[in-house]
Design a protein around this ligand. Structure first.
Ligand code: ADP
Ligand code: ZN
Length: 290
């Protein structure tokens, strides 16, 4: 049986067909413009495929509450054309197959838990650090939704006294995303993040913010593994720095066997940037079984 997968992002829509093992058989990418322009292209692609269900891993905020009148909608996104757009309804109405739906980051986490480096775990976090910061959470074997869904990028953390930059989040004076996502790095240092690879002070400060946030997530969510993806995490030198900050700020308070080896606790995404689309395949598989 074949499954459709849609990784809906603010800049591109990745559409794929996969099998029950999460194997991607074919995929295309469509630039994200407006729903009127983009959705027909997506639907035209899937209409020609023999798929029995589709999974959508979607940028947000989105409504995941199946009892809500606006379940399946993209809600208060800053991308105004997509605000209050019923993406699940649109896809279901055109394809007439079961539709699985979750956040983009929960999709990536599901990909890693099902097919990647977190296989078999029941509690894990996937964090993307790119244009923004977002996090997917699984607790007790279930993707966490709660009242809405977690927004791990907007936890409030203190700006370091020697940080001459500013928090670029339009909502918060001092949040994780506003201090540590790609755009804030670029505003602080006045250059593209990837051109700053050789400047140690950039990554020392960045690792301080990320390591601090990870201690907070470890304390509150008790994950068995923390997976870091997104454009900024292509700077592999961040990993040892983040682990050092994590260890220092954890200060030995939690000392489980799992935390003895931070190299296997705080890890890069393992599926070659396919974790999101593979997670969307699993959302489709789960929707079919419901
Ligand atoms: P998005 O978050 O939009 O899905 P990405 O995860 O690729 O996309 O994130 C883009 C951001 O990541 C940009 O702000 C850019 O500054 C940063 N970025 C992309 N590639 C790199 C790199 N190699 N090193 C450091 N930062 C990068
Ligand atoms: Zn914020």
């Amino acid at each position: 049986m074949m499954y459709g997968a849609l990784e809906a992002g603010g800049t591109k829509m990745v559409c794929a067909v996969g099998d029950e093992n999460g194997r991607i058989l074919e995929q295309i990418s469509i630039p994200t413009s407006t729903p009127d322009d983009t959705m027909p292209k997506i639907l035209d692609y899937f209409k020609t495929k023999d798929i029995c269900a589709i999974g959508i891993a979607c940028f947000g905020p989105i409504d995941l509450d199946k009892k809500s009148n606006t379940y399946g909608y993209i809600t208060s996104t800053p991308k105004t054309e997509w605000k209050n757009f019923n993406i699940v309804g649109c896809v279901r109405g055109a394809l007439h197959i079961p539709v699985g739906f979750d956040t983009d980051v929960n999709g990536s986490l599901l990909g890693e838990i099902t097919y990647g480096c977190a296989k078999g775990l029941t509690d894990a976090i996937y964090l993307t650090i790119g244009t923004g910061i977002g996090g997917g959470v699984m607790t007790n074997g279930k993707l966490l939704h709660g009242m809405l869904h977690p927004e791990l990028g907007h936890i409030i953390i203190g700006k370091r006294a020697d940080d001459k930059g500013e928090c670029v989040c339009p909502f918060h004076d001092s949040c994780f995303e506003g201090l540590a996502a790609g755009p804030s790095i670029e505003k602080r240092w006045g250059r593209k993040a990837k051109e700053l690879s050789d400047d140690p002070k950039v990554w020392e400060l960045e690792a301080d913010y990320i390591g601090t946030a990870l201690v907070n997530f470890c304390m509150t969510l008790s994950p068995q593994k923390i997976i870091l993806g997104g454009g900024v995490m292509h700077q592999m030198q961040l990993f040892p720095l983040i682990r050092d900050v994590f260890k220092k700020k954890m200060a030995g308070y939690i000392n489980t066997k799992t935390l003895e080896n931070l190299e296997t606790y705080i890890v890069p995404a393992s599926l070659n940037d396919d974790q999101g689309i593979m997670g969307a395949i699993k959302l489709a598989i789960d929707a079919k079984m419901e």
